[in-house]
Design a protein around this ligand. Structure first.
Ligand SMILES: Cc1cc2nc3c(=O)[nH]c(=O)nc-3n(C[C@H](O)[C@H](O)[C@H](O)COP(=O)(O)OP(=O)(O)OC[C@H]3O[C@@H](n4cnc5c(N)ncnc54)[C@H](O)[C@@H]3O)c2cc1C
Length: 393
């Protein structure tokens, strides 16, 4: 099966066998996965049909027209955008079969246990230890800024398994059960007043060796797949025109003529054009992705996304004047998703501050673009050949 018409026919047959109106949501999503219509570029038996990623919109359009439920992708972004491609690339057949279906249906939420208090931009310096004990690994350490840890059943985790070799070489990648004894999740309140993310303490957590992803000591390479996908997941979402942060700002301009000034008009037009250029670049990146795995190019998209979100939300607050300083809700909530368009301008302004930090800071992404895209000389790295245990901390 290669063409769109055949895929459309297959989707219609699926809808006839599983009418959305009379099929329970989870049953519908499980059946969609089993029919290979979840992510058509995944292999058969794992939710896909081994087709080009560019054909997915054919399925999505048919299902949307029939009023079918989706898997609420914004709620399970870490699973879909980061855990799934990494499990697909490095997982054993057993791991793929165990984890991908409930990940895609949203029955199991995932989080990412990477950053630590002493290891963010310099992630390879991480100190959470995993020590082998027969068929299990015993994990001790602390992670931080862990989005969705309070909702998650599973985590992608990187930990140090060999302190005697240089930092990039002694790391191993695991799939961690967040319900295991020894996993403690504490909320961290952020500038929006909410606690989207958490500190996670790992004390004597036992992870069976069959939940290791990739080889022992090869975790840094495995993590690159996650990080490259993360930048695309954060910055490279394909959107309709005015689908991002520029949408509410442009709407305010159109609907509130009394707020307009010449100066703000010029700035809004400039940002509108830049947002549209970024959106079209995202389209092109999406097409490049269809042909292979994401590389460092996603860093450029994520950089543009962060800068534009901050500038546009700042402009919107200015446009609204005193009203722009109001804030809808300061109670500490534990949101299930980041909602840029459903909340007020103050929320957008505050939340977008994190866009230039999460998924790699803008400074670090500029370094990646300089070195790996433009081929400029690398920053001096004096710790490359020093054993992790001998690094200054
Ligand atoms: C909203 C949000 C959600 C997040 N969710 C998760 C999550 O789910 N899981 C997870 O593991 N992490 C998560 N993070 C953490 C995020 O990945 C880190 O905050 C980020 O990598 C930066 O690390 P840091 O906070 O330790 O800052 P640091 O690395 O300490 O950086 C401090 C400052 O120094 C600059 N800097 C550092 N190194 C260099 C360099 N070589 N060149 C130039 N400048 C440099 C940085 O740009 C920054 O301005 C989240 C963060 C945010 C804001």
């Amino acid at each position: 099966m290669t063409d769109a018409a055949e895929l459309r026919r297959r989707t219609q047959e699926f809808l006839a066998a599983h009418p959305p109106a009379s099929t329970a949501r989870t049953d519908f999503l499980r059946a969609r996965f089993d029919a290979g219509l979840a992510w058509v570029h995944f292999p058969e038996g794992l939710g896909g049909l081994g087709l080009p990623r560019t054909l997915q919109p054919v399925v999505d359009a048919e299902l949307a027209a029939a009023g079918a439920p989706d898997n609420d992708p914004r709620r399970i972004g870490i699973g879909l955008g980061m855990a799934a491609p990494t499990i697909l690339q490095y997982g054993t057949e057993e791991q793929k079969r165990r984890f991908l279906r409930p990940l895609w249906t949203g029955e199991e939420v995932w989080c990412q246990l990477f950053s630590e208090p002493g290891a963010g931009s310099d992630l390879a310096a991480l100190g959470t230890r995993a020590v082998r004990d027969g068929d299990t690994w015993v994990v001790d350490g602390q992670k931080v800024w862990t989005s969705s840890a309070h909702l998650a059943r599973w985590a992608i985790l990187i930990a140090r398994t060999d302190p005697d070799v240089p930092k990039h070489r002694g790391i191993t990648y695991f799939l961690c059960d967040m319900t295991d004894p020894g996993v403690e999740v504490r909320p961290l309140r952020q500038i929006t007043g909410e606690a989207e993310f958490n500190e996670v303490f790992l004390t004597g957590v036992r992870i069976p060796d069959d939940r290791r992803l990739g080889e022992v000591g090869d975790g840094w390479r495995v993590a690159q797949t996650t990080l490259n996908n993360e930048r695309v997941a954060i910055g490279g979402r394909r959107l309709p025109r005015e689908g991002g942060m520029i949408g509410p700002a442009a709407r305010t301009w159109r609907e509130r003529p009394e707020l307009r000034t010449h100066d703000l008009h010029q700035r809004l037009l400039t940002l509108w054009v830049e947002a549209e250029v970024a959106r079209l670049t995202g389209e092109r990146l999406g097409q490049q992705l269809a042909a292979g795995h994401p590389g460092p190019e996603g860093a450029g998209m994520k950089l543009a996304f962060a800068r534009l979100n901050q500038e546009i939300s700042g402009l919107e607050v200015e446009l609204r004047g005193a009203e722009g300083l109001l804030y809808d809700d300061w109670t500490m909530r534990r949101p299930e998703l980041v909602d840029f368009t459903g909340r007020d301008a103050g929320y957008r302004y505050l939340r977008s501050k994190g866009n230039s930090i999460e998924g790699g800071t803008s400074e670090v992404l500029l370094n990646i673009v300089a070195e790996r895209v433009l081929g400029l000389p690398a920053e001096p790295r004096t710790d490359k050949d020093v054993a992790w245990k001998d690094l200054a901390r």
